[in-house]
Design a protein around this ligand. Structure first.
Ligand SMILES: [Zn+2]
Ligand SMILES: [Zn+2]
Length: 294
């Protein structure tokens, strides 16, 4: 017997799925399995609560767990196959070991849409990263990179050379050093700088000057870069509306409220980007185009 409430929610659900508009499509380009040991069923609930329609799972390599206990290629394939409408996945491996090419190519052939999160202790323009770019070019997929001064992908001031050497490869910048350099003259040892932004930082220039450079807004670093100077952020988001992508990178279990950086960032973007088309690009269209998400 169907109770009154069940029947009501069934009818509402049927009406929702029949509506032409459907839920606002949002792609979260930055999530991890077993993130800080969060169970993957909790991740699935978290993403639904946040209102995400498609999530990009970024696996760890065979070592380090992305410094967050994240699991690797097999784990993201398993989750994406369990929920094919909600999840897609990237391929990953350390960039400087004999297994780099065979492992990444195996998972690209299995349907990975990109390479990353590349978060390893190498120069951002090292032979290792050039190998990664070569694989990406051959498979026509993007590379997502975590830039963190003194820790991962060192030498952001030289990254323009990589963009010039690999003009057919789309790179997506992420993390502290990527976002600290939203401001000109950034002090490289400061991970979360505060205060007014001076336009023309390395990040701003790479996005403006290179068609193959994109920005991942996820995490405290992306949130801070916009929150520190909302006036600059409005202009920055408008100017780079074809280059920026929403990502959460949050490891909380709630999917709502103060602890959930993804939820806070969605609210921040909705507040700062008043043009509906521009907002749609940042929340969905740019990632769909660059990652070839159907
Ligand atoms: Zn991450
Ligand atoms: Zn969250």
């Amino acid at each position: 017997m169907i109770s009154h409430m069940d029947r009501r929610s069934f009818l509402l659900g049927a009406a929702a799925s029949l509506s032409a508009a459907g839920p606002e499509p949002i792609i979260d380009i930055h999530q991890h399995t077993n993130y800080s040991k969060r169970p993957d069923d909790v991740l699935v609930t978290h993403q639904r609560k946040m209102g995400i329609t498609r999530t990009v799972l970024l696996p760890a390599g065979s070592r380090y767990g992305l410094a967050a206990e994240a699991t690797g290629n097999d784990a993201v394939v398993t989750l994406a196959r369990k929920y094919p409408k909600e999840y897609v996945f990237f391929a990953n491996e350390l960039p400087d070991i004999p297994e780099t090419r065979p492992v990444i190519e195996r998972y690209l052939k299995m349907g990975a849409l990109g390479i990353g999160e590349q978060k390893f202790p190498v120069d951002c323009d090292s032979p290792a990263m050039r190998l990664i770019a070569g694989i990406a070019q051959r498979f026509r997929v993007p590379v997502l990179m975590h830039f963190q001064h003194g820790a991962y992908n060192y030498g952001i001031e030289r990254f323009h050379k990589m963009l010039e050497k690999h003009p057919k490869v789309n790179f997506v910048g992420h993390a502290q050093t990527w976002w600290a350099n939203i401001s000109k003259g950034a002090e490289q040892s400061v991970m979360y700088p505060k205060g007014k932004v001076t336009p023309g930082g390395i990040t701003d220039r790479l996005l403006a000057d290179y068609p193959n450079m994109f920005g991942d807004l996820s995490a405290g670093s992306g949130f801070n870069a916009l929150e520190r100077d909302p006036e600059h952020a409005r202009e920055f988001l408008t100017r780079h509306q074809n280059k920026l992508m929403f990502g959460s990178d949050c490891n909380d279990w709630e999917g709502e409220g103060e602890k959930c950086i993804g939820t806070k960032q969605l609210a921040q973007l909705r507040r700062l980007v008043t043009d509906k088309k521009a907002l749609r690009k940042i929340l969905h269209d740019n990632a769909a185009r660059v990652f070839k998400i159907r």
